[in-house]
Write a protein that binds this ligand. Structure first.
Ligand code: IPD
Ligand code: CA
Ligand code: CA
Length: 254
């Protein structure tokens, strides 16, 4: 059964209003630590419970994989959901967090949506049909000089206490670029590349639910998706997304 973009947007926006209810009452927000540097809140859980129920009601043939509840039986065709990407930011009242929903059928990403309720920005893409933000088509930037580029990254590696982390790589790249950002939501970072707001994003030690929707949105907007060696594909543990024009310049620094 084909999916309905309108039904999906309505469901995801409703999930956003659940998140915003908690966001507007942070002093009562229940926050727990999954690990020393990894939080989960009652908002994450409430949004995921809502999405699992609504998506399985509309599309009972698909399975579900959510960051907080894990994987259902059917994983060959599944929704891949991060209920709140950027939980740290959310818990501190910052605006840069998002709900990420992707549909993967037989290993192929065919739909992705990243909704930032506090910014009221809804990014979405369908395989082969382009990417859009708030209904308008989006494309990667035209920046062809790394020296003039703005880049974004994250430090999930530090959450995992990885020895081979991103700090030296960040310094190498920061020294030869114009702007550097750490926004706090990998899902939204990918959408900013798609929307031409930044020219490249990279991060280690992510999970598929962090990047599935944003990767499709970026690819449909003309981005390259590789690992740090330049192999094409979606590699959550080593993801590099660029506007394509600066890929050859940034790869030697990865
Ligand atoms: C996190 C965000 C952050 C990234 C972390 C992710 P979460 O997602 O995407 O930008 O650096 O590694 O875990 O934990 O808030 O869903
Ligand atoms: Ca996440
Ligand atoms: Ca999350």
């Amino acid at each position: 059964m084909p999916i309905s973009l309108a039904v999906l947007e309505q469901v995801i926006r409703e999930a956003g209003s659940i998140a915003l209810t908690h966001f507007k009452d942070l002093k009562h927000l229940e926050v727990t630590k999954k690990s020393p540097r990894d939080l989960v809140t009652e908002a994450d859980v409430a949004v995921e419970v809502f999405l699992q129920e609504a998506l399985s009601r509309h599309y009972p043939q698909y399975g579900f994989w959510g960051e907080e509840s894990g994987q259902s039986a059917n994983q060959s065709s599944r929704w891949i959901v991060d209920p709140i990407d950027g939980t740290h930011s959310f818990s501190r009242g910052q605006y840069f967090w998002a709900i990420s929903v992707a549909l993967e059928i037989d290993g192929e990403l065919i739909f992705g949506a990243v909704y930032a309720p506090a910014l009221d920005d809804y990014y979405a893409a369908e395989k082969g049909k382009g990417a859009w933000k708030n209904g308008e088509a989006i494309r990667v930037s035209k920046e062809s000089s790394l020296a003039d580029a703005m880049v974004a990254t994250g430090f999930a590696c530090l959450r995992s206490y990885l020895q081979e982390n991103n700090l030296a790589r960040f310094c190498r790249i920061a020294e030869v670029t114009t702007g550097q950002r750490r926004f706090g939501s990998a899902a939204l970072d990918l959408c900013l590349v798609a929307d031409g707001q930044v020219d490249a994003f990279w991060e280690q030690e992510l999970n598929l639910y962090d990047v599935a929707a944003g990767a499709l949105i970026a690819a449909e907007a003309g981005a390259t998706l590789t690992d740090f060696k330049g192999n094409s594909g979606v590699f959550p543990k080593q993801i590099l997304v660029t506007n394509g024009k600066i890929l050859s310049q940034i790869l030697p620094l990865m």
